[in-house]
Design a protein around this ligand. Sequence first.
Ligand code: ZN
Length: 446
Amino acid sequence: MDSYNVILDDVMIDNIFKTDTHEALDLVSIKLFLYLLLLGVLPAIWIIRLPITYPSFKKSILSRVLTIGVALLIIVITILSLGNFYASFLRENKSLRYYANPSYYIYNIGKYIGHHFQNNALPFTFIGLDAQHTVGDSERELVVLIVGETARADHFSLNGYHKKTNPSLEQQNIINFTNVWSCGTSTAISVPCMFALGGRSDFKASKAKASENLLDVLQRAGVNVLWLDNNSSSKSAAERVEHQSYKTADNNPECDTECRDTGMLTRIPSYIENHPNGDIFIVLHQMGNHGPAYYKRYPPSFERFTPACKTNQLEQCSQEEINNAYDNAILYTDFFLSKTINLLKKYDSSYEAALVYVSDHGESLGEKGLYLHGLPYMLAPDSQKHVPMLMWFGDSFDKNEVNIEQLKQQRHQKYSHDNLFHTILGLFEVKTEVYNPALDIIPHND
Ligand SMILES: [Zn+2]
């Protein structure tokens, strides 16, 4: 909380349980050890060694009554003299309670445990049982969805950022959406929410875990679904489809100091070859810009903006150094997305190929003393919620199926993660009762 200005609410407690060693180690620093040692371990040792003398029962009752009495008196006097001030102050600064230690995180651990047990009792929900592929569509679709990590829209030069962070994508024939908003401010919320039916207003992580999602509906309609993960996990979104981790060199052939997002692309050709029938939907879950160690998120050759912050203790770096490290990681995502498009172009003659990219949430980079992400949605600044999104369509995509010219005109309209579920169903021409054409971004002519 002191270093990154985060809040330990129930979502953050959930993040703690869903993280992995690799992610957690990015947060460990000497400062953290000093904090624990000086403010935790040493005082604890001092207290353990204090001799305690217990007074008589009567005496201890009396001293407690006295302490409680005096405390109550002070409370009453304060309320009587300053009550008006506190009433309006607390009403106008509701977020204050988020920062109360240790009560707020203890309260939220309790809340999390409560949810956890409630979740286990939830019955599993099936959705889109009627899902079918449209009859008569002989073209095979090949769609890659890239789920980005921690990329903020305003750091894409495609969206007008002053540093050239999208040199590769600017050369591609893409449609860039400038006004897209995330479902949550953390991976644990946004990723399952993107694939869930109800959208943001209806979303609960426990409910999503106990329900089918977009991937299940596509699979039921006969689409071959594959999830490759270079992030912590699919947050249970891909539990019932084929999925594979690319976090280690076991599967990922492109690992240096860490395994790179580009390594996931090596699997695509063989997967396509091994699935000679039906449409193909591949989700690539990126490591992207996962903080705070942005400088680890790109190979050295992508260090184009310098000097870059080379520590996870962001408050030690200047704003410029933090931005440089973060922007170099965006540059690497730009390269990765463009490389994926180039790979898809090879299949353009035999498939209706498309790519959709959207980030899971944004990031605070030190503005107003805030770092990282995960603030409660109402409280979070736009930088944590305004995300980049873009689409690419191969030349052989049926122009009646997808009206690209009209789609281009819609690129400044306001969209959110809520649109993804229906947009992907529409792209695969899956007929089902859960498809809502009003939320499908893509205009279809037939
Ligand atoms: Zn994330």
